[in-house]
Write a protein that binds this ligand. Structure first.
Ligand SMILES: Nc1ncnc2c1ncn2[C@@H]1O[C@H](COP(=O)(O)OP(=O)(O)OP(=O)(O)O)[C@@H](O)[C@H]1O
Ligand SMILES: O=c1ccn([C@@H]2O[C@H](COP(=O)(O)O)[C@@H](O)[C@H]2O)c(=O)[nH]1
Ligand SMILES: [Mg+2]
Length: 191
């Protein structure tokens, strides 16, 4: 059984940054769904490359069968991890249902780490990121935020109703955020 912490929040809220620190210090393995999709997009011979790029540019969500298969493969190939930080997934109802269908009995959701941050700050962070992402531009960001507000936030609310959400405000320094995140892990997961 894989232990899983879902990490959600608006685009640019700092999910990847904080997950890297958790991986380094707490021994969880960081799996960014977006990174896995970008790697699949680049893989020679992938039948999904064009479809993935289209979704990424439009800020829309790739069908769950593709994303969930990438996540499950990555978990199965990671050896004996104490747990996985699944960053940026599930992002909509299709993702949630697909995960439940494919992963029930194989993964245990420990909690959902919700990095909350005002959208204008998130947008500015993405525009300043400087990684050459094809979706870090004003037009894609507008769509990504719309997708977050209309499709992803309701998933966070769903987990909230089940008592699984741990919110950490991320409009602060990485050090301040991370200190609160460690508290969350100390309280709710076996570190
Ligand atoms: N607390 C912070 N304060 C200032 N800048 C930050 C903070 N956290 C992250 N950043 C910067 O903001 C940008 C976005 O951070 P990051 O990639 O971690 O966000 P993300 O939530 O994974 O974004 P996305 O959803 O687009 O993948 C990066 O350039 C990162 O260095
Ligand atoms: O579960 C997922 C995760 C991501 N996507 C697509 O990738 C981009 C970028 O994701 P980041 O988390 O910002 O790296 C996202 O806008 C989606 O288009 C996805 O479809 N499903
Ligand atoms: Mg990220």
């Amino acid at each position: 059984m894989h232990n899983v912490v879902f990490v959600l929040g608006p685009p640019g809220s700092g999910k990847g940054t904080i997950c890297a620190k958790i991986q380094e210090n707490l021994g969880y393995v960081h799996l960014s769904a977006g990174d896995l999709l970008r790697a699949e997009r680049q893989r020679e011979g992938s039948e999904f490359g064009a479809l993935i790029e289209q979704h990424i540019r439009n800020g829309s969500i790739v069908p769950v069968e593709i994303t969930c298969a990438l996540l499950e493969n990555a978990m199965n190939n990671s050896g004996d991890a104490k747990g996985f930080l699944v960053d940026g997934f599930p992002r909509n109802e299709d993702n949630l249902q697909g995960w439940n269908k494919q992963m029930t009995g194989k993964a245990l959701i420990q909690f959902v780490l919700f990095l909350s941050c005002p959208v204008p700050i998130c947008i500015q962070r993405c525009l300043n990121r400087g990684q050459g992402r094809t979706d870090d531009n004003e037009e894609s960001l507008k769509k990504r935020v719309e997708t977050y507000n209309h499709q992803t936030f309701p998933i966070i609310e769903h987990f909230e109703k089940n008592g699984l959400v741990r919110e950490v405000k991320s409009e602060r320094s990485v050090e301040e955020i991370y200190a609160d995140v460690v508290e969350v892990f100390n309280q709710t997961a076996k570190v």
